[in-house]
Design a protein. Structure first.
Length: 257
């Protein structure tokens, strides 16, 4: 079993990186869909589960908001609220409002058995040819029969209920927080694993780390959904913690597990 060490606060170097990324915020939308290129690493392709990262744009968020939050101001307005905190049902369907400059990520884990042989081969080929992750065409994951029937489990972290674990189909644009823009979503394959979503949640919440990932300890910069996704990917699933270029939405690295 995996032994987790709760992660330290960001260093001065990390904060400097955050400041630099802040200057590049306007380019985030243009580079979000770019894939990582380079020589392929040895990423496991025969695991019992396929692992995906989902990226949602947050509604009504601005760069000024996140800068204020980093200085300890206006944090409440930036909290990615879980549905339990609002009394609403799970966000789903095609809701849309004005979106902003920040992004929310979630880790989706799907049993291999949920895909037919053709879809399994397709995903394996994507994994074999990638470096850290590979962007999936929206037509494939949303409209093709290859992905439509795959029932998965998603791990999400927000400021309401902390960690959420829920079932959905890979073809759905459905988030664990209510302020995700469901019309602006990107999905990436990261590899395979023999660890289920429930086991992954257990690995990152063992012992003292249970409170670390509580909703009360959420912070929009220091301990947000994207840092949680990185922790799950690296520490629970043994995959890359590299995320698509979402700018200042993700500035912390997982240094140890």
């Amino acid at each position: 079993s995996t032994t987790m060490t709760c992660i330290r606060a960001p260093s001065a170097l990390e904060l400097c990186v955050a400041a630099l990324l802040c200057l590049q915020g306007g380019a985030v939308r243009q580079v979000l869909l770019e894939d990582v290129s380079g020589a392929a690493e040895e990423i496991k392709t025969n695991g019992a589960y396929f692992v995906f990262l989902e990226v949602y744009m947050l509604k009504k968020s601005t760069l000024a908001d996140i800068i204020g939050a980093a200085r300890g101001k206006n944090i409440a307005g930036l909290v990615q609220l879980g549905v339990g905190s609002s009394g609403a049902s799970w966000a789903g369907g095609n809701s849309s409002e004005a979106s902003g400059a920040l992004y929310h990520t979630e880790v989706t884990i799907c049993p291999r058995s949920g895909f037919d042989a053709y879809a399994q081969r397709f995903l394996e080929q994507q994994i074999k040819s990638m470096w850290h992750y590979r962007a999936l065409d929206k037509i494939w994951w949303q409209e093709s029969t290859d992905a439509a029937d795959a029932v998965c489990q998603t791990l999400s972290f927000g400021g309401g209920d902390g960690i959420s674990l829920f079932r959905k189909r890979l073809s759905e644009a459905r988030s664990g927080i209510y302020n995700a823009d469901l019309e602006r979503v990107w999905k990436y394959v990261y590899g395979t694993s023999d660890t289920s979503a429930k086991e992954a949640r257990g690995n990152v919440t063992k012992d003292k780390c249970r409170d670390y990932w509580s909703g009360e300890n959420y912070h929009p910069v220091k301990r947000n959904c994207n840092f949680f996704s990185k922790t799950v990917l690296r520490c629970a699933l043994g995959l890359s913690q590299s995320l698509p270029n979402i700018g200042i939405s993700s500035t912390r690295l997982v240094w140890s597990c």
